[in-house]
Write a protein of this length. Structure first.
Length: 583
């Protein structure tokens, strides 16, 4: 896979994610001499590219999403399934079973290590399927070691100009002259789409090095989710544009708007017609993923016409074929090479209903309709409010919701499952992987945040903007994971809690400093110190000087926590991170 990482950035990556253990992982995988290497979950393909890992030059490398599309390649093959670390092992078990169903001859699992206490009812899931596992570190990872590894991965990926998410097309673009800086592009986007629809999800150090991340919520009806994400490498003056077009409900028989997408769909659907049933978690899930990808591709090609003033596509292919191969297997490259003459590669016409309409209603899934709206759902939301405590900021309520959901669905241990929908505990014990496919859709979250945050007077439009921004930030942090659920026979793109913990970067940094000081300090004195820091030219950009009431100048940039620039010390006090000292 191609990369946008220079040597200087690689040094920063290795400072948070040391390469030594990863190099050993590639060695033990290569020693197995696999025909196919399956990289598990969305982060492993990104890590391979980020760290420049080369497992085996002769092997076919795929993500686990590609198994149904590439099932013919597995018959009689030696297959290595690779993950970073093993928590419970449910995802690896599911991948192992999918590969085995496709007729693989020999299957070995590989990982850096396994987390301690990773059994279900005192049974190891991988032992139960007699899977052979090779670890770089045979010693079980302690909880703090596993947590440190989980935290380091999104930090390292912050130095890449690509999303954590693997499931949407990447359109490789260059800056259109005379635009040279990310700030110019961001200002243009705000003027074009509005400040409420445009936000940044930058990381401080990568941002200072020119790796910028912007998101634009494109005007749409409240049912569907249309979004552009821009991953900018300012030094190279390039941008990976990632379009998201996610219908609330996919209508069977829906047609794509370009002959390119229609041709790709026809050819790839042929490849999954003969796939074994166990090659995918839910029958029809791969088709749904393909629909999302191609519908988003059409949308992205259309939007290139709208933003051509700032970005120009920089490739003969309309999307990154290497990334698409990770998702659909090598067949996607062959399909593109054999496109019929005259196949239309642009020309997506937005449906006529795509316009902001504040009176339309957000579409919800059965998660909201059948669970949240039930008496059990009301009790669940009460537990979320209790977890959030007195400081019910939007961010706090959002994170509390996912933490409560994670606890109730038994994310850390299937035996702790106490959710009542859509699976019984008996079903989860029989197939623990199902617990990882429970969560709200984008529309569900808007409704849920409106209920939880009634004090903030959220409506459909403001709730939509808030949820979009919160998801962008937490998915990039690895604290929330998007996936696919099957509710009542229909497919939905949902979100669940990830392995990484939620954190507020500004609050954590300042809190750490105050704790290190280890003595009381007045609010005024802390504000003065922060004010001086905000003028430091080599700072990482968290603090910005801005005029505030009563002469305060220390403030931080607009974040997912606060739509307006806020004075840090008062903000920390308001959310309970800074408490008054009592003698």
């Amino acid at each position: 896979m191609e990369t946008n990482i220079a040597i200087a950035e690689r040094n920063h990556i290795e400072s948070v994610l040391p390469i030594f253990d990863w190099a050993k992982l590639t060695d033990i995988v290569a020693a197995f001499s696999p025909d196919i290497i399956v990289l598990v979950a969305r982060k492993m393909p990104r890590l391979m590219e980020c760290l420049g890992l080369n497992f085996n030059k002769g092997a076919l490398v795929l993500s686990d999403f590609a198994i149904p599309f590439a099932h013919n390649y597995f018959k009689g093959a030696r297959v290595a399934i690779v993950d970073d670390s093993i928590n419970i092992g449910t995802t690896l078990c599911k991948t192992y079973q999918s590969v085995k169903a496709c007729g693989a001859r020999d299957i070995h699992l590989f990982a850096l290590g396994a987390k301690e206490n990773n059994t279900v009812d005192q049974k190891n899931l991988l032992d139960m399927i007699s899977a052979h596992v090779d670890y770089v570190n045979p010693r079980k990872l302690k909880t703090n070691e596993h947590t440190a590894l989980v935290k380091s991965i999104p930090l390292a990926l912050g130095f890449t100009a690509k999303p954590y998410d693997l499931e949407f097309p990447i359109l490789s673009c260059r800056f259109t002259a005379p635009y040279k800086k990310g700030t110019q592009i961001y200002e243009w986007l705000q003027n074009k789409f509005g400040k409420e629809s445009t936000h940044t999800v930058d990381r401080p150090i990568p941002s200072a090095m020119g790796f910028l991340r912007f998101t634009v919520d494109v005007g749409s009806n409240l049912k569907d989710n249309y979004k552009l994400r821009l991953y900018i490498n300012e030094k190279a003056k390039t941008c990976n544009l990632v379009p998201f077009a996610i219908p609330a409900i996919w209508e069977n028989g829906a047609q794509y708007k370009s002959s390119l997408s229609n041709f790709i769909s026809t050819e790839l659907l042929k490849s999954i017609e003969t796939a074994p049933g166990k090659a995918e978690t839910f029958c029809g899930e791969s088709k749904y993923r393909l629909n999302l990808f191609l519908y988003s591709l059409d949308f992205g090609l259309h939007m290139l016409d709208k933003i051509g003033e700032i970005l120009t596509i920089d490739s003969t292919a309309p999307f990154n074929l290497a990334d698409a191969s990770m998702l659909f297997g090598p067949g996607i490259q062959k399909i593109f090479e054999n496109l019929p003459t005259g196949t239309e590669k642009t020309g997506f016409k937005m449906p006529g209903h795509i316009s902001v309409n504040s009176e339309s209603q957000t579409e919800v899934s059965p998660f909201y309709r059948d669970f949240i709206c039930s008496s059990d759902g009301e009790l669940f939301l009460d537990l979320v409010r209790k977890r959030a405590g007195e400081n019910k900021t939007p961010y706090n309520l959002f994170t509390s919701f996912f933490e409560e959901l994670s606890e109730k669905t038994g994310a850390s241990s299937p035996s702790d499952y106490s959710f009542c929908w859509p699976y019984s505990k008996e079903e989860i014990i029989k197939d623990p992987y199902l617990r990882l496919r429970i969560g709200p859709t984008f529309g569900d979250l808007i409704k849920i945040m409106m209920q939880l945050g009634d004090a903030f007077n959220l409506n459909e439009l403001t709730g939509r903007s808030l949820v979009s921004e919160l998801l962008d930030r937490t998915i990039d942090d690895g604290a929330v994971v998007p996936t696919i659920a099957n509710y009542c026979g229909d497919f939905f793109r949902i979100s669940r809690k990830g392995e990484n913990e939620f954190h507020d970067l500004v609050a954590d940094r300042i809190n750490y400093s105050v704790n290190r000081l280890n003595r009381k300090i007045s609010l005024t004195r802390l504000a003065k110190i922060l004010s001086i820091m905000s003028f430091y030219k080599d700072g990482d950009g968290l603090l910005v000087p801005s005029s505030m009431p009563r002469g305060n100048t220390a403030s931080f940039k607009t974040t997912v926590v606060d739509k307006s620039t806020a004075e840090i010390t008062h903000y920390l006090r308001n959310i309970g991170k800074l408490k008054r000292f009592n003698k």
